[in-house]
Design a protein around this ligand. Sequence first.
Ligand SMILES: Cc1cc2nc3c(=O)[nH]c(=O)nc-3n(C[C@H](O)[C@H](O)[C@H](O)COP(=O)(O)OP(=O)(O)OC[C@H]3O[C@@H](n4cnc5c(N)ncnc54)[C@H](O)[C@@H]3O)c2cc1C
Length: 483
Amino acid sequence: MSKDWLKGIKSAYDTIIIGSGLAGLTAANKLAKLGHKVLILEHHYNLGGLATWFKRKGGHILDISLHGFPTGMIKTCRKYWTQEIADSIVRLKNIRFDNPQFSFWTNFDKNDFTRLMKDRFGIVKETIDEFFATVRAMNFYDDLSMTTRELFEKFFPGRTDVHRLLMEPITYANGSTLDDPAITYGIVFANFMDKGVYTFKGGTNELIKKMKKELLKNGVDIRTHCMVERIVVDEDKTVQGVEVQGRMIPAKTVLSNSNILNTVQKLVGEEQFAPEFVKEVKKVRLNDSSCQVYIGLKRGETIDNVGDLLFTSQEKEFSSESLLEPETTSRTFSFYYPETRPGLNMYSIVASTNARFKDWAHLTKQEYENKKEVLIERTLDALEKYVPGVRKKVGHLEASTPMTFKRYTTHPGGVSFGTKFEGLAISKDLPRQIGGLFHAGSVGIIMSGWLGAANYGVIVANEVDKFLHSVREPQPELETVSV
Ligand SMILES: Cc1cc2nc3c(=O)[nH]c(=O)nc-3n(C[C@H](O)[C@H](O)[C@H](O)COP(=O)(O)OP(=O)(O)OC[C@H]3O[C@@H](n4cnc5c(N)ncnc54)[C@H](O)[C@@H]3O)c2cc1C
């Protein structure tokens, strides 16, 4: 008999959270601490969504999305998780670029970028300062008409080398391109420039283990292996609960951490929304996906420190499009030295490229396998330049594609970073369409990545809390009228 993953659940909840990405988990923790009854339903066997890892024979543990995040994650973890989690966040100091236009190491903060731009690229200090002041001042309410390309041309006209320095890491970090609104670049770049790039000591498995412990302590009911099939909405356009494994679980609110398009089109159904809203939903563009090659070194093998994060490319200049080509030579290598997981004493390397779903989605099984083989071989060839003889040290090799990310998260197109900017308005507007329905998760580029997703979880949890109070307690306006 198959296991009943819902055994022992309560008869109803204040909030059901669909999905356990960092947005879903952080929202769940916040709501539980505010005293609400919370259930997380996750279809995968692990929590974490894209913040995940896998283990392979030979002692290998490989991280998927632990390449780096901004310092803001420390505050977010301290405020909305625990001091212990925040204390495990450590800085990566060795960030490296190597491409035909430049090659150097940096600690990836404002001081070092100012030094590099002045000394290496010959940009005058006033222009650099003005650029930093402009991106730092960018916020969500700014004019959206300026693109990142226009921003770069304004400050560094014709300087494709400077554009590459400023853009390439951010494209890897959130899938944004030169043609996206400049704020999607500015907000994320300024976050990194604040104090550099950080990682989680102990690896993603330790982070998620600690988060799970905290959620359980705060009374959150967590169920994995549970794919939510439908969000149930009544005739008054109010959420009633969800259907999962043939059962209806009632709830006052539902917070979906599933992709926003899945949420509207599949879990709720377009027929439940106003036609003008559906029209806007159809305009939402998905962001791109990723390919990765996971390289675990045999136990006992070592490599020199060749940097923590290496942005490498043989393309003459930066181009958002060429980064997505299956044959691209532009990739990031993340090196995980034994310090990443103290006690394990092993090395692993993860190579990531941005990728289009359509380049992988329509292949025969054999073509797909062959293409993955080519990806692995090309990656090892590129790695040999930095770690000579690495092939002989490899104990485990494996690749993932946009299809893999789709299978594990259900996100359409296997998106790594949600949607383009317009998805944010749809996500925020959901509760105005259907009472008690909320969404938190990667949307709009700025609400993606570990920090963006976690912070968006908190923002939406506060909205859920307000809604729950409004349905529990009499409205202040009504009280005034009755007095
Ligand atoms: C290759 C790669 C590298 C990355 N590198 C970095 C990095 O270095 N730094 C960084 O900050 N960010 C990185 N990111 C991005 C970052 O991982 C994500 O933006 C962030 O983790 C997304 O969190 P989320 O809350 O939006 O949800 P997700 O992680 O997308 O999780 C959504 C969850 O919902 C579940 N779900 C969906 N539908 C259902 C359903 N119907 N029923 C039940 N469960 C459901 C899914 O299974 C999943 O667990 C990377 C992403 C990728 C793919």
